[in-house]
Design a protein around this ligand. Structure first.
Ligand code: IMP
Ligand code: MG
Length: 190
């Protein structure tokens, strides 16, 4: 039974969610990553590319801790699935608005799981003449990784192999608005 169904009316206190990272802890970590990117990209022509929709909250917070002239752009992709197993191919649902030739690009993701989506995205954007191309992800779930060669340049937190929601991450489109990150206790109840 969901929190709403149980009558509490609050998803923030949904008993099927187990908080993993509080809003305060996330904020500190995002601030630190922003400070590191500020140091690493001084004198560069930075474009932060958000992968919709999961990265929207991470990106919004992160760029406000990057003290540089930068621009943002977005892509939306969907992973082709063969049944429930990802084939590793991705369909571009929304492409970048502007060319990235000569730019220093950071792809901003919510979570790297198998790594198939980001690996393919690196191939696609890697062919467009960017000066550099790096990855920033809020969460890294290394256990299910298939593309072990994928290099993650900036990472918020490594997590165990559990399904998580909140701070942009969804379960069937919901829970992106939670201010914290939580593991789902029983996926059948979500
Ligand atoms: P990958 O290609 O397996 O690395 O897929 C990464 C994508 O799967 C992420 O961008 C998320 O959209 C989704 N994903 C993977 N694990 C989770 C999770 O625990 N919660 C929510 N979404 C997830
Ligand atoms: Mg995603």
């Amino acid at each position: 039974m969901t929190a709403a169904a149980s009558g509490t009316g609050s998803e923030f206190t949904n008993p099927n969610l187990e908080q993993m990272f509080s809003a305060e802890i996330i904020s500190e970590r995002v601030k630190a990553i922003g400070a590191k990117i500020t140091r690493d990209y001084a004198e560069k022509d930075l474009v932060v590319v958000g992968v919709l929709k999961g990265s929207c909250i991470f990106l919004s917070d992160l760029i406000r801790h990057i003290d540089l002239k930068l621009s943002i752009d977005f892509m939306a992709v969907s992973s082709y699935k063969d049944g429930t197993v990802s084939t590793g191919d991705v369909e571009i649902l929304k492409d970048l608005t502007n060319p990235i030739r000569g730019k220093d690009v950071i792809i901003c993701e919510d979570i790297v799981d198998t790594g198939l989506t980001l690996f393919r995205l690196m191939e696609i954007l890697g062919s467009r003449g960017a000066n550099s191309l790096k990855i920033a992800t809020l969460l890294d779930k290394p256990e299910p990784r298939i593309k072990k060669e994928l290099v993650i340049d900036y990472c918020g937190f490594q997590i165990p192999n559990r399904f998580v929601v909140g701070y942009g991450l969804d379960a069937a489109g919901r829970y992106r608005n939670l201010p914290f990150i939580a593991a789902v206790k029983d996926p059948d109840l979500i």
